[in-house]
Design a binder for this molecule. Structure first.
Ligand code: MG
Ligand code: ZN
Length: 224
């Protein structure tokens, strides 16, 4: 019982900082997108392919969450987009206070969209609000069919789902149609983008979508 109470307090404190982040971003006209996935789903590769398609039209930055390394932030910096690294030093998710620190290091007045690459984990990142506008869940073909059933909260809270590594479909028993059906059963409003960041298929559609959503969101237009 004590554990439950502590967890609730922790989440409540997190909510307060998340609300503060949300206020700050709204004031600055910046949309924050929180990418959530298990380890190895391809979030960083996806960003490496997405950022070049957005950075000439929108002010873009990335907040990289990682337990110990700066590898992903270095890869993002290679695209010419500013990246702030958060090392969680063991914690398996980002929280709103960590993101608040990162936001203070970014030129918010020049930005339209911030991508947050959360720590690779489908469990607690779904529970810790960062003050983001949208959660995007990323799941890859080699992870198999059962991620949505095993981690429904991440898929329920998501605005869009990206099914990555579809270039591996011919080598797998992954059934894309059945997977999409499963996603829509869990969350009927989910926007779904099958793509291959490696081969490029679907990346432009996804990039245009998220760019358009960010643009409309900050002008208070209906996003869909
Ligand atoms: Mg990564
Ligand atoms: Zn965690």
């Amino acid at each position: 019982m004590v554990k439950v109470v502590l967890a609730q307090k922790l989440l409540q404190a997190n909510e307060e900082v998340a609300a503060e982040n949300r206020r700050l971003l709204e004031e600055k006209g910046v949309v924050m997108v929180n990418l959530i996935s298990g380890p190895g789903a391809g979030k960083t590769t996806l960003l490496e392919r997405t950022l070049p398609l957005l950075k000439d039209k929108l002010g873009v930055a990335v907040i990289e969450g990682d337990i110990y390394t700066t590898r992903d932030a270095e890869r993002i910096a290679g695209t010419g987009v500013e990246a702030v690294q958060i090392n969680t030093r063991g914690a398996c998710h980002l929280d709103a206070a960590m993101v608040n620190e990162a936001l203070r290091q970014l030129p918010l007045n020049d930005l339209d969209i911030i991508f947050v690459e959360n720590v690779g984990n489908l469990v607690c990142p779904a529970e810790f609000d960062l003050g983001d506008d949208y959660k995007i869940v990323v799941a890859s073909v080699p992870e198999g069919m059962d991620k949505p059933a095993k981690y429904p909260l991440a898929f329920q809270k998501a605005f869009a789902a990206l099914i990555t590594k579809i270039d591996l479909l011919p080598y797998s028993d992954f059934n894309l149609g059945a997977y999409i059906e499963q996603l829509l059963t869990i969350n009927p409003n989910l926007k779904i983008f099958p793509l291959s960041a490696l081969k490029g298929e679907g990346v432009e559609e996804w990039s245009q979508f998220i760019g358009r959503v960010a643009w409309k969101r900050r002008r208070n237009l209906d996003v869909i």
